[in-house]
Design a protein around this ligand. Structure first.
Ligand SMILES: NC(=O)c1ccc[n+]([C@@H]2O[C@H](COP(=O)([O-])OP(=O)(O)OC[C@H]3O[C@@H](n4cnc5c(N)ncnc54)[C@H](OP(=O)(O)O)[C@@H]3O)[C@@H](O)[C@H]2O)c1
Length: 664
């Protein structure tokens, strides 16, 4: 095998450590790139390689086989994205990016360009960490109590990357990522998983004038009851040890992050039992920690992998999601966390769109994409803008929002995105209001006006009452909605979570008075039938008499939980990049867990295997193949879930297959 020829981006302290470590491996340092030619020359003279001015010039060099990104965090996304788009395997320094949305986008590029992407989390690859994980599996039982710290004290000017907001400064991103990472791994180990993500994070910290953390701590809670107290600091020295206990045995690691790199490559793990007796495991390696990392990356490259098994993509993404929460707890925000302020958009060229099947509905002169994006799961404007751009680029143009979603931020995110992309007239907005306890005719107008103001738009394409109030006559609702339509505030209106009898009654009244009836319905509809409402006051329209009515009256539905909240997700697919809306078994059993649904699920899995698609895609295709217009809502948290759902529109189902899936 020819040696791997490396290029390094950046000439700082870790770039030097890496260049030195390459001497211990079969790799060859081919070139270094700097913003400044002089720095590149100086570096190249010390480490014997070519000097390149400008990162882009190195990324495009044919001679380079792999690139190491060793620049401040704020540039990791841009540089790694360029590497991947040039099909250059990339080892990117930790943290992979500034926020989880950027990491998601890099993983997407790695998959699309079939190019290796690995976060340079060197401690994870070291044999010491592997041994710690084995010891946890062998000796401890969950739930765990963990204490993990990475703290040091430096006196640096305000411009230094460690404390400078514009360079992604702060102890959480720079070193907090380590104690967070080991906590997730330790809890994963006692649950037979590679890692587990915390379900709650409560933080404290000390911030500087730039609103950047000089030190920060966090209490993590995991679903299995494990807890972890983690800490990071750049203005305070501590032992930076890790202790992992199950209340009986405790594993102590006193070189958790450098793994003996500065103690002649020797370190020790101590295990103390409940009697206070100690046992020691000695670790010694021939090679240094960075050489071990480079060897592992080279192995992945030689095996044509696009991700490492020791630092897999979903692990990097999960760590970044938790880092985002830790920071947000302390209100630490970088410019690249704001969709409207980003220097480089996460999704490029959104005007170059894919096509998606569309349908028209009466009253709206735009074509509507058959799949609708639900806007209630976005964590900030950066995440929202990226998810909306990605859906739009993939052919989608219908967005579902509601007055109460995300405390009003759902409307706001959508409106800001439409304004910044100048897409209002291309997009169909389905908005909802008057949710219980405000399901009153007099609340419809003020809530709608607030929604329009949050979105800076003068109308909604589709408006639905979010709930029904069965103590009031249907007439009051129909009259009020007709008035709003006549004023041009809404084009088309409908009902969400209305029973068949009330929906019928409302439309019969409208017709008798020559008024506009409900023309759309947004109840639950999915291959699995809802046995009990997911939330109080919810209705499905999957029952046979409702389906007959929809077909006979050609009512368009915009069903929520169209994939039954993960009921059709193969547990093997639950990799950290896919999610179930509520993984809680109680909900799964209460809402979907009937014998009929289990049979539908098993048929869905069987047919999906025959068709070579995922069961959850097939379940969505079922919703698309009804004898009335259907526009299922999806609630993706990441690009991979959006793309998986959109594939459903390419699946063909015969009438026989639909009947068989539905136990007919
Ligand atoms: N895994 C580890 O053990 C480890 C240890 C330390 C750091 N790191 C990570 O490695 C990355 C770099 O850290 P470092 O300690 O090497 O930083 P550093 O010493 O400050 O060096 C960063 C280099 O990036 C380049 N750069 C590009 N844009 C820059 C800007 N606007 N301001 C300053 N420098 C800029 C500079 O090189 P040119 O301008 O010459 O290109 C600079 O020498 C960080 O993401 C950090 O988290 C990892």
């Amino acid at each position: 095998m020819k040696p791997i020829r490396w290029g390094i981006l950046g000439t700082g302290s870790i770039a030097k450590a890496f260049a030195k470590a390459l001497n211990e491996t079969d790799g060859e340092l081919y070139a270094v790139a700097s913003n400044t030619l002089n720095r590149a020359i100086e570096f190249s003279q010390s480490y014997k390689c070519k000097a390149i001015e400008g990162y882009d010039n190195l990324i495009s060099m044919d001679e380079i086989d792999a690139i190491y990104v060793a620049t401040p965090h704020t540039s990791h996304f841009e540089l790694s994205a360029k590497c991947l788009m040039n099909k250059k395997p990339v080892l990117c320094e930790k943290p992979m990016t500034i926020n989880a949305t950027e990491t998601m986008a890099l993983i997407d590029l790695s998959r699309k360009y079939k190019t290796l992407l690995m976060e340079a989390f060197m401690y994870k690859i070291h044999p010491q960490t592997q041994r710690v994980i084995e010891l946890i599996k062998e000796r401890l039982k969950g739930p765990l109590q963990i204490k993990a710290e990475f703290c040091f004290s430096v006196d640096v000017p305000e411009t230094h990357r460690l404390v400078n907001r514009d360079l992604g400064g702060g102890s959480i991103l720079d070193i907090g990522c380590y104690p967070l990472s080991i906590s997730r791994h330790a809890v994963g180990a006692v649950n037979d998983l590679n890692f587990m993500n915390p379900i709650s994070i409560e933080a404290n910290g000390e911030l500087n004038d730039q609103n950047i953390d000089l030190n920060a701590s966090a209490s993590l809670v995991f679903e299995d009851g494990s807890t972890s107290e983690i800490k990071s600091a750049t203005n305070m020295q501590t032992n930076s040890n890790v202790e992992i206990s199950d209340g009986k045995d405790t594993v102590f690691i006193n070189q958790p992050w450098h793994c003996g790199e500065f103690t002649e490559r020797k370190s020790q793990i101590r295990i103390q039992n409940q009697l206070g007796e100690d046992e020691f495991v000695d670790i010694e390696t021939e090679k240094g920690i960075y050489a071990i990392e480079i060897d592992h990356f080279s192995e992945c490259l030689k095996n044509h992998e696009i991700e490492s098994s020791l630092v897999p993509h979903n692990d990097s993404h999960g760590n970044m999601i938790a880092l985002d929460s830790w920071r947000k707890n302390l209100k630490i925000v970088y410019d690249d966390d704001r969709g409207e302020k980003r220097r480089i958009p996460i999704v490029q060229d959104i005007s170059k769109r894919e096509s998606l099947p569309t349908l028209k509905i009466s009253g709206i002169d735009k074509d509507l994409s058959r799949i609708v994006f639900g806007c209630d799961n976005q964590s900030d404007t950066n995440h929202a803008f990226a998810m909306f751009d990605h859906f739009y680029k993939n052919g989608g143009n219908v967005f579902d929002t509601a007055y109460i979603y995300n405390d009003g931020k759902s409307d706001y995110y959508l409106g800001s995105w439409l304004e910044s992309r100048d897409l209002r007239e291309e997009v169909v907005i389905l908005g909802k209001g008057a949710h219980t306890p405000d399901c009153l005719p007099e609340k419809i107008r003020p809530q709608l006006e607030e929604t329009l103001s949050r979105m800076s738009t003068s109308y909604l394409d589709i408006y639905c009452l979010h709930r029904d109030n069965e103590s009031l006559p249907v007439t009051d609702f129909i009259d009020e909605l007709n008035a709003l339509k006549d004023e041009g505030l809404i084009k088309v209106f409908g009902a969400s979570n209305w029973s068949l009898s009330r929906f019928k009654e409302a439309n019969e009244y409208a017709k008798s008075q020559g008024k506009e009836p409900f023309s759309v319905l947004s109840n639950n509809f999915s291959l699995a039938r809802m046995n009990n409402p997911v939330w109080p006051g919810c209705y499905s329209c999957s029952e046979d008499n409702y389906v007959d009515y929809l077909r006979e009256n050609n009512v368009a539905i915009f069903p929520w939980s169209s994939q039954a909240r993960g009921f059709f997700l193969d547990s093997q697919e639950f990799t950290g990049l896919a999610h179930v809306a509520d993984p809680n078994q109680e909900e799964q059993k209460r809402v979907w867990g009937s014998d009929d649904n289990l049979e539908r699920r098993s048929r869905c899995f069987e047919l999906a295997t025959r068709k070579g698609v995922d069961p959850i895609q097939l379940a969505l295709a079922f919703v698309l193949h009804q004898e009335f217009p259907s526009f299922p809502l999806i609630g993706p948290r990441n690009f991979f879930e959006t793309e998986s759902s959109l594939q459903a529109s390419k699946i063909s189902l015969t009438r026989n297959e639909i009947s068989w899936l539905n136990l007919k």
